[in-house]
Design a binder for this molecule. Structure first.
Ligand SMILES: Nc1ncnc2c1ncn2[C@@H]1O[C@H](COP(=O)(O)OP(=O)(O)OP(=O)(O)O)[C@@H](O)[C@H]1O
Ligand SMILES: [Mg+2]
Length: 243
């Protein structure tokens, strides 16, 4: 099985080869604020910076300039990776503005009709040789396409095309939003949080499914620190509290 280094501390050890599956389409689900967007971007940024794997981030949930600013709070300079390398190490795609009727001066835009998603992705793949992609989020994409049959078709087509090119793709989704579990991806990683009796919250991650890989099958604690996500594989948590 082909593997890569994810670049997210603690994540790779959850898989038996101690590395992350390559060239697969993996769902990352979780409730609001569980860390899906940070997870996706940390995966892309580390791939670009440390493993010669340029990335594409398609934002349906927020403006690209908000994403750049939010990630700067971790010290991650997306703009530098977009502008100071040729081809760029990171490409942000604006799937937000057209959807809410805003004008945008972003270079890559997904119009309200989603036919353009695959076209835009293939264009950027050709230009940049990207091998990591994150679509944030599938929940929003499926409200744009509306017809669930077409959503499934788009996802399968996208998975096939990106997988063929050796791209590892993360699709974020809110937990169980519009039957996300139906979108039969090759893997499913869940992020969640739980309230302790002290009133503190604790975050946890579960690899629920990964075709072709032996993996840990219990909730592991993770934190979002000033440096981003850090997983503690030695800390199994919860007794079925995570939803
Ligand atoms: N600079 C930072 N340092 C530490 N923690 C941070 C920092 N920035 C954000 N966080 C934490 O990360 C959380 C946001 O995570 P993220 O945006 O990835 O969640 P999400 O699952 O994508 O949410 P949504 O479903 O709303 O899109 C914040 O609520 C906050 O707890
Ligand atoms: Mg998000």
């Amino acid at each position: 099985m082909a593997t890569i280094k994810s670049g997210i501390p603690g994540l790779d050890t959850l898989f038996e080869p101690n590395e992350f599956p390559k060239g697969r389409q993996i769902l990352v689900t979780g409730p609001p604020g569980s860390g899906k967007t940070v997870f996706g971007l940390q995966f892309l940024l580390n791939g670009a910076l440390h493993y010669e794997e340029p990335g594409i981030f398609v934002s349906f949930d927020d403006l690209p300039r908000h994403i750049r600013a939010d990630m700067f709070s971790f010290g991650w300079n997306i703009q530098q990776l977009e502008k100071e390398f040729n081809p760029p190490l990171i490409t942000l795609v604006d799937g937000f503005s057209a959807r809410v009727g805003l004008t945008t001066d972003e270079k890559y835009i997904i119009r309200a009709n989603v036919d353009s998603l695959l076209l835009v992705l293939t264009e950027i793949l050709d230009e940049t040789g990207a091998t990591r992609v994150c679509i944030d989020s599938l929940s929003t994409l499926s409200t744009i396409i509306k017809d669930p049959v077409q959503v499934r078709k788009e996802i399968l087509t996208m998975g096939a095309i990106l997988g063929e090119q050796g791209c590892t793709t993360l699709l974020t989704a809110e937990t169980l939003a519009r039957g996300v579990e139906e979108y039969s991806s090759q893997g499913l990683i869940r992020l969640s949080y739980d309230e302790l009796s002290t009133g503190e919250f604790r975050r946890a991650i579960l690899v629920q499914k990964m075709r072709g890989f032996a993996h840990e099958f219990s909730w592991k604690e993770f934190r979002i620190t000033a440096d981003g996500i850090k997983i503690f594989p030695e800390r199994t948590v919860g007794r079925g509290h995570f939803k």
